[in-house]
Design a binder for this molecule. Structure first.
Ligand SMILES: [Zn+2]
Length: 349
């Protein structure tokens, strides 16, 4: 089959790889219907994180179950399934606590399972899914083509935006600042609105992303950065900072922006994968009573709730996709996202 590999920074190739097969009784074989490029895939692409040898890449996909191992009990052949960005068994103590990303038997797409067998990554034609019962979520019916984009966001970005909002304690009436206008930031806006936020300020400098943010629920847009951005947000909030700031980028600057935009006693929810230099200023936190929560989003646990809202049309996170390319054009997809020509690019095998 065909699948995407990263060889080195800016060297993405679609190549022939072995066809996946059922290897263990808990496996599912999933034919990928749609996959996508994540903002965090851009860190190795840009050379921010090192690529020591060519490896498979991609951790967001939806697909159809083609074959099942003998022990899989919650899925059937032909099911349409959503794959969260991390594999989990669903049964260990951490999974039962809702922290599926810390699963005692957890694994990552493109990595290895606990038996040391390779796991396919998401940007390919098919995937062997170990721990299929714990990892995959099936939709009630085969979704219409128009639903694919929304369902694909449940692999990562919608659940991650939701995690930022939950971690920041967004609740009915909250005033929220969202730092980051990429796919996660846009989904954080959807999540904040869904949780009842009254005022949602999107910090964005790009006209197309500002427009999308407003469509998805932002009540205000602040284009300024740094102290000017904080001052503008405070002005909009009547001289007080935000109840909740959602940090959806992962840089030192974005975390600073989120902290500075938060009112005393407020909360920062952070989900941006740190790309260097982010540190928490404990002295500022203690003097201002600002709390910080978040981390890598345990999206597996959020899928059932969010899925219901996607299927009912209550939320439409699929709008973050603004480019769709065939899998063979994965290199162009990475370039489009790297150059910010695309907010999020879908790949279709
Ligand atoms: Zn577990």
């Amino acid at each position: 089959m065909r699948a995407t590999l990263i060889h080195a920074p800016r060297d993405i190739r679609v190549e022939d790889v072995p066809d996946p097969q059922i290897r263990r009784p808990g496996d599912a074989l999933v034919r990928v219907v749609a996959a996508c490029v994540c903002g965090s895939d851009l860190w190795p692409y840009r050379g921010v994180t090192e690529t020591t040898e060519p490896h498979r890449i991609g951790h967001e996909f939806v697909g159809v179950v083609e074959e099942l191992g003998s022990e899989v009990s919650t899925l059937k052949t032909g099911d349409f399934v959503i794959a969260p960005f991390a594999l989990s068994d669903g049964t260990c103590g951490h999974c039962r606590n809702g922290v599926h990303t810390s699963c005692a038997n957890g694994a990552w797409w493109g990595g290895e399972d606990k038996d040391g067998l390779p796991i396919d990554a998401g940007q390919g034609e098919a995937v062997r899914v170990p721990m299929a019962d714990g990892t995959l979520v099936a939709t009630p019916d085969l979704p219409d083509e128009s639903m694919i984009a929304g369902l694909l966001t449940l692999s990562d970005v919608m659940g991650t935006g939701h995690h930022a909002a939950l971690s920041a304690g967004v609740s009915p009436g909250s005033n929220v600042v969202v730092v980051g206008d990429g796919a996660v930031g846009q989904c954080a806006i959807i999540a904040a609105k869904r949780l009842g936020a009254e005022r949602i300020i999107a910090m964005s400098r790009h006209a197309d992303r500002q427009a999308l943010a407003r469509d998805l629920g932002a009540t205000d847009v602040v284009a300024e950065r740094g102290d000017d951005g904080v001052a503008r947000a405070e002005e909009l909030l009547g001289g007080v900072g935000a109840d909740a700031s959602l940090e959806c980028v992962g840089t030192k600057e974005s975390m600073q922006q989120a902290l500075d935009a938060t009112r005393p006693g407020g909360r920062v929810g952070y989900v941006g994968v740190p790309a260097g230099g982010s540190e928490l200023p404990i002295r500022k936190l203690i003097s201002s009573n600002i709390s910080v929560g978040g981390g890598v989003a345990p999206v597996r646990g959020y899928i059932p709730d969010l899925l219901a809202d996607v299927l009912s049309g209550a939320i439409d996170p699929g709008r973050v996709f603004d480019l769709e390319l065939p899998l063979e054009q994965a290199p162009q997809a990475y370039a489009a996202m790297d150059e910010r020509r695309s907010i999020k690019t879908m790949l279709r095998p």
